[in-house]
Write a protein that binds this ligand. Structure first.
Ligand SMILES: Cc1cc2nc3c(=O)[nH]c(=O)nc-3n(C[C@H](O)[C@H](O)[C@H](O)COP(=O)(O)O)c2cc1C
Length: 211
């Protein structure tokens, strides 16, 4: 198991050249998305969404506001992780009701938990809330990237884009969303020099410090 994980982690790289003739199976895509859905989040609030961008025309429009990165159009699939800006008292109330229903609990038992979450979240500015949501979303993104690597599926996480313009192309603001990062998914193509690069990582002794 450990060897399999290590192998997948060193096999994974931020793919620049995708073979656009290769599709990813529904089963693999479902498993990758499920990894994001099952990710841990603060209080379990899941303050983000995953947008599956299916339209070719929209992907072309996004490439134009993403420094022309070829992965935006060449990867089999393109996802965008977006922070929710509607995490407020109503959102939290709905979440608490969902917990009670799912777990067969009396909603009154969750009053203190609800009050704590509302106090915490509503004390933050919108900017702070987006940053907070971004931290949650990136855990999910990491889990999706790792799951893909274990399945032998290539990915590229990308932050190289004009966020305001991406929001505009996708009409995100009116849906209470803000773009955070893409995940291109597919299979590596020929001639990607990055595929053979030796990984540059801090040595373990420097990466982990002991106290
Ligand atoms: C948040 C984030 C943003 C990134 N943005 C881009 C990007 O816009 N374009 C790109 O080609 N790679 C992008 N990368 C990939 C990194 O450059 C890459 O992960 C890093 O150089 C290490 O290489 P490796 O992942 O191939 O091992 C991004 C990675 C992360 C985690």
């Amino acid at each position: 198991m450990q060897e399999k994980i290590k192998e997948a982690l060193s096999w994974r790289y931020a793919t620049k050249v995708f073979d656009s003739s290769k599709q990813v199976s529904e089963e693999n895509l479902d498993a990758i998305i499920e990894a994001g859905r099952m990710a841990p989040t603060a209080y379990g609030l899941q303050p983000f969404k995953i947008i599956h961008i299916k339209s070719k025309e929209v992907r072309e429009a996004l490439q134009a506001v993403s420094y022309g990165q070829p992965q935006i159009v060449n990867a089999a699939e393109l996802f965008l992780v977006a922070a929710r800006t509607d995490v407020d008292a109503d959102f939290i109330t709905e979440y608490v009701e969902r917990i009670a229903k799912t777990r067969g609990m009396d909603v009154a038992m969750l009053e203190d938990f609800k009050g704590m979450m509302i106090g915490d979240i509503t004390s933050r500015s919108e900017e702070e809330r987006i940053k907070w949501a971004g931290r949650q979303a990136y855990i999910a993104l990491g889990m999706m990237l790792e799951t893909a690597s274990l399945l032998g599926v290539d990915t590229c996480p990308m932050e190289g884009f004009d966020s305001a313009k991406v929001d505009e192309v996708l009409g995100l603001r009116k849906e209470n969303l803000v773009s955070l990062g893409y995940m291109a998914v597919g299979y590596r193509g020929e001639g990607d020099m990055f595929a053979d690069f030796i990984k540059v990582r801090l040595p373990l002794e420097t990466f982990v410090i002991e106290k």
